[in-house]
Design a protein around this ligand. Structure first.
Ligand code: NAD
Length: 488
């Protein structure tokens, strides 16, 4: 009804510096209540065409600005998002289901930092030069922005991951068309409202909202978008690779993981247990870097399991806007069903569910009865070849298994198609180096998790991705290099 739809938040595309309504819309749900609360443009070819045109038109002016001018604008945008941090955090929590605490302390601060970081790093890149004295020549490299960058981001860390792409793309002088996840579009739309005030010229950042199949694919197939930076699932990445192949596009693909934690018997469990709980259940387990296979050395296996399960049971699940809540809602009803189905499959295969789904009862506040909640779930005695140990579950579910030797655990940890992140827990310096060298993983954390220096490469091996992003890597991805030879 009209009265009902009036109460909904209605988003608009942001094209050429203006908010533009769309001819059709899709519903967006509040995961913690199950209610439709927002209408998201269902953009397609036409909207993407307009956005790419605006981005192309803005390119000559934006790309000719000095890095310092662009840096100042990025810093201003960071200040404005930071000024509105609380409003952004509340919006992200409502839209995504994540806890307000996580949005306040991780998502939005990191979005702010992404702009500050690339505002700074863009000022410090150098190019290469070599001399060829016998030929009387010097060679040097020069880098220039590529053009219109297509940026496609997922729903788990909405503004955090979108700005991780927008910031380096525009810092390098590209203009962009971004397509956030249709399930979490609100904070991107809010950010658009700040662009003009920050001094971002019209058309430099365009955002089209909509589904992957329609809006995303139109962007991937657009001939005037030479570069796509994508974060999402491996399946979608395969489709994007196929669709972009006729245009030979440059792709950066940040994909899924099936990340192991390896706990040796000399690990400091007072640090390992709380960190591994976080690495398993933070953001409802909906982080590509989350641990979902915990290998524990036989001698400490039962002690680890006992302490880990006891602590997991203390995680409070409930209304995400309650600051004392540790686990919010999962993104959608479908996703919740999918995550639950993994627990059922594990049980059917004879694994033991030690806490959580199907074992403990979940009491929810009255307003959240229809939300997509699930208890942190720990599964033991799962076979390595089980789908729970092979496939990305992307929810608050983690498997704990025992191992005997270093050699054995390296092989088992590497025995999946993914290779994004691993954690190694041991107090032996030699061992952590040895194991880290041999893990097939783009990132290895020893005795910690999620400690990031944005200067260094981020990305996955095997089915976890192609390419790396970070200060230097993003600069290289978002620029085209040329070698120039001068004879004197
Ligand atoms: P997804 O692949 O379903 O969607 C990601 C984005 O791609 C969305 O914006 C979606 O609309 C769009 N999309 C879908 N189909 C498309 C198509 N055919 N063409 C163009 N765009 C299309 O992923 P998701 O479910 O939103 O996110 C969860 C996944 O993302 C998990 O696999 C997770 O591991 C991964 N992820 C990886 C990283 C990383 O940095 N490696 C970070 C976060 C999430």
């Amino acid at each position: 009804t009209m009265a009902h739809s009036k109460a909904l938040l209605v988003l608009e595309n942001f094209i050429g510096g203006k908010f533009v309504p769309c001819s059709s819309y899709i519903n967006s749900y509040n995961p913690s209540t199950g209610d439709v609360y927002c209408r998201v443009p269902d953009s397609g070819k036409e909207e993407v065409e307009a956005a790419v045109k605006a981005a192309k038109d803005a390119f000559p002016i934006w790309s000719s600005k000095s890095p310092l001018e662009r840096s100042q604008i990025l810093n201003k945008l960071a200040d404005l998002i930071e000024r509105d941090l609380e409003v952004f955090a509340q919006a992200e929590s409502k839209d995504q289901g994540k806890t307000i605490t996580f949005a306040r302390t991780v998502d939005i601060p990191r979005a702010v930092y992404n702009f500050r970081f690339f505002a700074s790093s863009i000022l410090h890149h150098t190019t290469e030069c070599t001399e060829m004295a016998t030929m009387g020549c010097v060679h040097y490299t020069s880098r220039a922005p590529v053009g219109v960058a297509g940026l496609i981001s997922p729903w788990n860390l909405p503004l955090y991951l979108l700005t991780w792409k927008i910031a380096p793309a525009i810092a390098c002088g590209n203009t962009v068309v971004a397509k956030p996840s249709e399930m979490t579009s609100v904070t991107a739309w809010m950010m658009c409202k700040l662009l003009e005030k920050a001094g971002v010229p019209h058309g430099v950042v365009n955002v089209v909202f909509g589904t992957g199949a329609k809006a995303g694919e139109a962007l991937v197939c657009h001939p005037d978008v030479p570069l796509i930076s994508f974060t999402g699932s491996t399946l979608t990445a395969q489709r994007i690779t196929e669709k972009s192949a006729p245009h030979c596009k440059r792709l950066s693909l940040e994909l899924g993981g099936k990340n192991p934690a390896i706990v040796f018997d000399d690990a400091d469990l007072t640090q390992c247990i709380p960190t591994t709980l976080r690495s398993s259940f933070a953001n409802q387990g909906e982080i590509c870097l989350c641990t979902s296979r915990i290998f524990v050395q036989r001698g400490i296996y039962s002690e680890f399991l006992k302490r880990f399960v006891a602590e997991a049971k203390k995680w409070k699940v409930g209304n995400p806007s309650d600051p004392t809540v540790d686990v919010g809602a999962l993104i959608s009803k479908e996703h919740l069903e999918k995550v639950r189905s993994y627990v059922k499959k594990a049980q059917a295969e004879g694994a033991r569910v030690l806490c959580g789904e199907g074992v403990d009862s979940l009491a929810l506040p009255t307003g959240n009865q229809k939300g997509y909640f699930m208890l942190p779930t720990v599964i033991a005695e799962v076979k390595d070849e089980s789908c729970c140990m092979q496939e990305e579950i992307f929810g608050p579910v983690t498997c704990v298994v025992a191992f005997d030797t270093e050699e054995e655990v390296i092989e088992r940890a590497n025995g999946v198609k993914y290779g994004l992140a691993a954690t190694v827990w041991s107090s032996s310096v030699g061992r952590v180096h040895r194991v880290a060298q041999r893990l097939q993983s783009g990132l290895v954390w020893t005795n910690c998790w999620l400690v990031r220096d944005l200067n260094l490469p981020f990305g996955g091996m095997k089915a976890s991705g192609i390419g790396r992003e970070g200060a230097k890597d993003s600069y290289e991805f978002f620029t085209e290099v040329k070698t120039i030879t001068i004879k004197h």
